[in-house]
Write a new protein. Structure first.
Length: 314
């Protein structure tokens, strides 16, 4: 299975699990008369939207570059995350508003045991979906899937918190705990929306790769520093799941075109080993002065030419 197929399959699992949990929570919330459970249902509803957008953006971003998109379609993942974040903010605001009105007029909650069962199922299912998605993210580096995976992981903790709150309702009979549950869920949803929006914006404004990844590139270059004079103007950004890296490489002036080409290909291969999914452009420029490496290479070339002379040649 290709990387794109794996990403789409993971997104399909996410959509299916979210649809199941939305229906289960909504039916349970209406039966229980619980705003907390209904807010959880809408949380799963936002997950459906997020997972569907992730699926679309993953498929779109995997398309090769064309005449209208010379740099590929990777930013579809960033754009998807931005729209997703804005939508989730609206849902979070609606939940917080409803929780506030319900807090002023709390009502008794029925069938609390049903809520306990549903939250237990939700926590377990979200855990396994998040685990599967993180596995695919590790292989593909998909920003859209990573956002969705963290969304499922946060749902595990939300479900666990709501489970504990329902236990408290069962023990105390206090209806005011229900809108408190909804408020906490709404706050978590708003936090998730902020995180998704921030990460998506970073890609759209071409924020540099994390320092740890820049350090990884520089380590590769340092390991091969005997093959060139220096490197500079290193730039690196992410576009969806793709990393785009470019730099200038100063080489000894006596290096042949083929030797320069082979050196660049080798460096690109070594960088991709530590940062898979990278598109790398290395601009070669000659040393401006007779540096030590130029002199050493000139001596080597003169030695090679002497060795290649036929016996008896002048």
């Amino acid at each position: 299975m290709s990387g794109t197929d794996e990403k789409i399959a993971a997104a399909n699992v996410s959509v299916a699990s979210d649809c199941f949990l939305f229906a289960l929570k909504l039916a349970s919330g209406l039966m229980m008369g619980s705003i907390g459970m209904v807010s959880e249902a809408f949380n799963s509803g936002t997950d459906i939207i997020a997972a569907s957008m992730a699926r679309y953006s993953v498929k779109r971003s995997s398309e090769p570059a064309d005449k209208d998109h010379r740099y590929g379609h990777g930013k579809y993942e960033n754009l998807s995350g931005l729209v997703e974040g804005a939508f989730i903010f609206v849902v979070a605001a609606a939940i917080l508003y409803k929780a506030a009105t319900k807090f002023l007029d709390p009502t008794a909650i029925d069938f609390v045991e049903v809520g306990l069962m549903v939250m237990g199922v939700s926590a377990v299912l979200n855990y396994f979906v998040a685990k599967k998605m993180f596995k695919v993210v590790k292989k593909t580096g998909s920003l859209a899937l990573e956002a969705d995976a963290y969304n499922h992981l946060s749902d595990v903790w939300i479900s666990a918190g709501v489970f504990v709150a329902f236990v408290a309702i069962r023990v105390t009979g206090e209806g005011v705990i229900d809108p408190m549950i909804a408020a906490v869920v709404g706050a978590f949803i708003a936090k998730a929306a902020l995180s998704v929006t921030k990460r998506s914006m970073e890609g759209l404004v071409d924020k540099s790769l994390p320092q740890s990844e820049i350090d990884a590139i520089e380590r590769v270059m340092k390991e091969h520093e005997l093959d060139f004079v220096d490197f500079h103007k290193l730039r690196a950004r992410s576009t969806g799941s793709e990393r785009q890296i470019d730099l200038h490489l100063t080489v000894p002036r006596h290096l042949s075109v083929k030797e320069g080409h082979d050196l660049v290909e080798h460096l690109e291969l070594e960088i991709r080993k530590v940062l898979p999914g990278s598109v790398i452009v290395i601009h070669i420029e000659p040393c401006n002065s007779e540096c030590e490496k130029c002199r050493m290479q000139a001596v080597d070339r003169a030695f090679i030419r002497t060795e290649e002379k036929p016996p008896g040649a002048g």
